[in-house]
Ligand binder design. Structure first.
Ligand code: FAD
Length: 476
């Protein structure tokens, strides 16, 4: 009898344990994807764009193996039993999720099924969060000891090969929606042009792009990863988000490439450490969720956040008057992705310079990032805001000009995303308000007209943030 494989954030054939194991049995396999209307957290606009293209690619790949991807929309609690019945399936296999409400839903669905063989697999992260414990049997809250324990515990398992064939069920099988009917792509207005230029969703593209990274950029990654103007990182985050590529595959491909290409150990280890940061965020989500809603550090419940809708909008639109911050926010809007260091700078600017609740920033990122991740987005926002588990102290406030001069010294990143400043000199571009009018005029810049003046003064904003932090501590 058929096995129903319910895929979620794991739209790949390669190293997909639930799918691979099901196909191995030689039994008919029905592959299901549900667009869940009732949670987990509704997907953002950029996610939906990605999902459309990812499902298109995945559906074609499944068909090539003889199978068919069944698409359904609505409540998983109703759809899963219905599809099991339509397919006359006696087994439900899936890879685990980690958000609290998703886990609860999976448990409820499993509990409600009689005489169905339910099996769960680990595909999305390298380490099982419930198996990683401190010496005293607690969950880790700090990354470095988490990394040390894991790196001493041996290599992550080898990835599994993709199935060679999917045996379809007899007869016409369960009904499926069409992807077009889901209308996941933006139309009026269609803001997705920049995303289409920046990305090719799907498993094949993910693999190709990672091979190119290993070939050319793994060597030098440790240093290059901090420079936003360089294409120095792997850009695997959206592919990982939708499970188009497995972290196990990335781990082992990076190792093999490092061996072949004489990549310095520091570059490889840095890459592995970043993959483990992702795991660490899932560890926090599992043990201390819901991270996107609640301050990990409850003292922050008393933080005097400001209501400042106009300033929030200026931040979202890249009109703060701080060139590096604006370049990064525009990179996000145009391409659905932002460089890691820039995520730190812009998040710090919102929470500390503008004193706007980090949750509003997290939400904006969730809606606009193609890689908006339930664990990493929330956990990293809390890390920057100071309210997180392994948080940066609140008094460490990123100085946007220093960051700009250090990590974008020639202003190449700023010029790309804030073209109205492109003719300023390398020196002037980081803080145009410090220049005299003649210099600005020569570069075609009129502050307040062609480009905004800073919406807050850095020194005053810094002092205000430190005061607010003191008040909070006083109240706690
Ligand atoms: P690479 O440098 O090539 O790293 C390889 C992989 O390691 C990444 O794809 C990612 O899966 C993982 N990784 C790298 N850095 C981190 C990190 N700090 N935390 C967790 N995993 C990491 N990452 C997301 O995937 N989704 C998010 O929603 C997200 N939101 C963030 C919000 C803020 C405020 C900050 C500071 C960071 C956030 N990150 C998020 C982490 C990081 O910025 C991205 O993973 C990284 O920029 C993705 O680019 P890349 O794939 O080229 O990374």
């Amino acid at each position: 009898s058929p096995i129903l494989v319910w895929l979620r954030d794991d739209l790949r054939l390669d190293d997909n344990p639930a799918l691979a194991e099901a196909c191995q049995t030689g039994r008919p396999v029905v592959v299901l994807f549900i667009l869940e209307d009732e949670g987990p957290r509704p997907l953002g606009g950029a996610h939906l764009w990605w999902l459309h293209h990812s499902l298109t690619a995945f559906s074609e790949a499944i068909e090539k193996l003889g199978g068919r991807l069944i698409l359904r929309r609505g409540s998983a609690a109703q759809i899963v039993p219905a599809v099991l019945e339509e397919a006359s399936a006696t087994a439900l296999w899936f890879n685990r999720r980690y958000e609290e409400d998703a886990v609860a839903r999976d448990d409820d669905i499993a509990a409600g099924l009689e005489d169905i063989d339910v099996q769960r697999f680990r595909a999305h992260i390298l380490h099982d969060p419930s198996a990683v414990k401190t010496k005293t049997g607690n969950s880790y809250r700090v990354y470095t000891p988490f990394w040390k324990t894991l790196s001493a515990s041996g290599e992550p398992r080898e990835p599994l090969d993709p199935p060679k064939r999917i045996v379809p069920p007899a007869g016409k099988g369960p009904s499926s929606d069409t992807l077009a009917a889901w209308k996941l792509l933006p139309t009026r207005p269609d803001w997705s042009g920049g995303l289409g230029q920046a990305w090719t969703p799907g498993e094949a593209a993910a693999r190709k792009s990672f091979e190119a990274f290993c070939e050319a950029r793994l060597k030098g990654y440790d240093e290059g990863r901090d420079l936003p103007a360089e294409d120095a990182t792997s850009r695997m985050s959206p592919h990982l988000r939708f499970g188009e590529i497995s972290p196990f595959r990335l781990w082992h491909m990076a190792q093999t490439a490092a061996g072949h290409r004489k990549v310095p150990a520091g570059d490889l280890e840095r890459y592995e450490k970043e993959l483990v940061w992702r795991d660490f965020n899932y560890h926090l989500l599992t043990h201390f969720g819901p991270l996107a809603e609640r301050n990990f550090d409850p003292r922050f419940d008393a933080f005097p956040w400001r209501e400042a809708p106009e300033e929030l909008k200026a931040w979202q639109q890249g009109r703060t008057g701080y060139p590096l911050v604006d370049a990064a926010m525009r990179q996000l809007w145009q391409t659905g992705w932002m460089h890691n260091r820039m995520r730190m700078v812009t998040a710090s600017f919102l929470a500390k310079h503008l004193l706007i609740d980090w949750r509003l920033g997290e939400k904006w990122f969730w809606d606009t990032l193609v890689d908006g991740d339930p664990a990493s987005n929330a956990s990293q926002w809390q890390w920057v805001a100071g309210s997180g588990a392994d948080a940066q102290p609140f008094f460490r406030i990123f100085n946007p000009m220093t960051q700009s001069r250090k990590f974008d010294p020639a202003g190449a990143y700023i010029r790309r995303f804030v073209p109205e400043l492109a003719d300023l000199s390398d020196k002037a571009i980081h803080a145009p308000w410090e220049e005299d009018t003649a210099t600005l005029t020569r570069a075609g810049v009129r502050l307040g007209t062609t480009y905004p003046r800073p919406i807050v003064d850095h020194a005053a904003a810094r002092a205000r943030a430190l005061d607010a932090f003191k008040t909070m501590q006083g109240e706690a």
